[in-house]
Design a protein around this ligand. Structure first.
Ligand code: VTB
Length: 329
């Protein structure tokens, strides 16, 4: 390495990896997008997994999948604990959701993405594939402005006060599930609005970071723990607050999570508990949503849109790419 460069080699490499992870999510998105609207969630997911794994294995990293397609016996590829990369370079933790919103993709509905995060080895929460209670808001509020254990109505009022608006000016994003009926009712009792999504709460949480653009102030609800860690990695880069708690309601789940190093089953995790070190986050649109455009197959080019973030600097890049060597995609 040149002696003129004063940046520590690991940071420099990590900086270069910012673009490399874009390649990874781009490829996964294009592969999944070929199966948009085919009604086959498994096939679309598999296509994204294959592409993502192939690309990850080209990177100069010593990577470990810590959030993946599942535990080894249920996931042949990108299973938790799988080693990826060229086995040279920095030791990193990797969280993947090659196709977040498989149903959205299979039904060709808005908002499916290919996403991943990369962080210093040992710094991402090793979360089991269970449900997780989550609450998130964007940057600019005092710490603890909302809390997981406060009622949704209270949280709306607290956030409205901090923002200097009436509760009626607040919008809360919630996954449309029967289990969220009480949350929805509680939010609406304040005069606040609920925006419902059918799937995709990684993008949902990210919406909170720019309320002026998205119209979303807060995310509340229960979704997947893996998606929670990915969302935390994104907020670590762009700012905001998040509180989460794993739902470990059976002995089997408590045991499984214990094996992954979780000793307090009731712990409330903040962003720094889920993404402790420096991290990178990327997401490429598969179907067009309010965060990202989906893949467009033109006559001679494939267009993708990706957002990539880096916590060290907080830089967020929106990358619209045109891919020409189509056979390689
Ligand atoms: C959650 C959410 C995801 O699936 O995991 C959800 O975090 C699962 O909830 O974004 P259900 O079991 O009720 O479907 C997603 O929406 C992705 O599909």
């Amino acid at each position: 390495m040149s002696t003129h460069i004063s940046v520590p080699p690991t940071l420099l490499l990590e900086r270069i990896l910012t673009l490399e992870i874009v390649r990874v999510t781009e490829r996964a998105a294009v592969s999944a997008a070929r199966l948009r609207g085919h009604g086959n969630e498994k096939a679309a997911d598999q296509a994204a997994v294959d592409a993502m794994r192939r690309e990850l294995n080209k990177l100069p990293i010593e990577g470990t999948i810590v959030i993946g397609e599942g535990e080894r016996d249920e996931a042949p590829m990108l299973f938790i604990g799988e080693k990826v990369g060229l086995n040279a370079g920095p030791r990193v933790d990797i969280a993947v959701d090659p196709l977040e919103g498989t149903t959205l993709c299979a039904k060709n509905m808005p908002g499916s993405i290919a996403t991943m995060a990369m962080a210093d080895g040992g710094t991402l929460l090793h979360a089991p594939d269970v449900y997780m209670e989550k609450i998130a808001v964007g940057p600019g509020y005092q710490r603890g402005v909302v809390e997981l254990d406060a009622s949704p109505a209270d949280n709306v009022r607290r956030l409205a006060k901090a923002k200097g608006v009436e509760p009626g000016a607040i919008t809360v994003l919630v996954l449309d599930r029967p289990r969220h009926a009480d949350i929805i009712q509680s939010v609406r009792s304040t005069g606040a609005a609920v925006r419902l999504i059918t799937d995709g709460d990684v993008a949902g949480v990210i919406h909170c970071a720019s309320p002026d653009e998205t119209g979303v102030d807060m995310y509340i609800g229960t979704g997947g723990a893996p998606e929670g860690v990915l969302a935390a990695a994104a907020l670590r880069c762009i700012g905001g607050q998040m509180q989460c708690r794993l739902i470990l309601d059976t002995e089997e789940k408590r045991e499984r999570s214990h094996k992954m190093g979780i000793t307090d089953p009731k712990k409330i995790y903040g962003i720094e508990d889920m993404a402790r070190g420096d991290c990178l986050f990327a997401a490429t649109g598969v179907t067009t949503g309010s965060l990202l455009s989906g893949v467009k197959f033109r006559k001679d080019v494939i267009q993708t849109e990706t957002v990539v973030m880096r916590s060290v600097t907080g830089t967020v890049r929106w990358i619209r790419a045109e891919h020409r060597q189509l056979e390689k995609f």
